[in-house]
Design a protein around this ligand. Structure first.
Ligand code: SF4
Length: 96
């Protein structure tokens, strides 16, 4: 988990945080532009689902207010299983 947190912290820009982390309202419309979701029709491959893992990592481990909330148990920390599920997505092969 720590390596993933460090990678997210290193790669995220202020613009990413504003638009992709804080800016997402969870409407789900991005699913219509994602071929993985369109072909599988599986919610776990929806772009929002995948991005939610990164959002949770950011909130629980990087955002100062989020870290306090996570340590108080007010928000759930993402688990290694959450990361494994996301990694599983990368192994998905679409049938032609
Ligand atoms: S769910 Fe997708 S389309 Fe909707 S706000 Fe979030 S990123 Fe944008």
């Amino acid at each position: 988990m720590q390596k993933f947190v460090e990678a997210v912290e290193k790669e995220l820009t202020a613009e990413d945080i504003d638009t992709s982390i804080e800016g997402c309202i969870g409407c789900g419309n991005c699913g219509h532009a994602c071929p993985w979701y369109i072909v599988t029709d599986d919610p776990k491959y929806h772009p929002k689902t995948k991005a939610d893992v990164v959002r949770k990592v950011y909130k629980a481990y990087i955002d100062p207010a989020g870290k306090i909330m996570a340590n108080l148990g007010l928000i759930k920390k993402p688990t290694v299983k959450d990361l494994e599920d996301m990694r599983e997505f990368k192994k998905l092969k679409l049938k032609k």
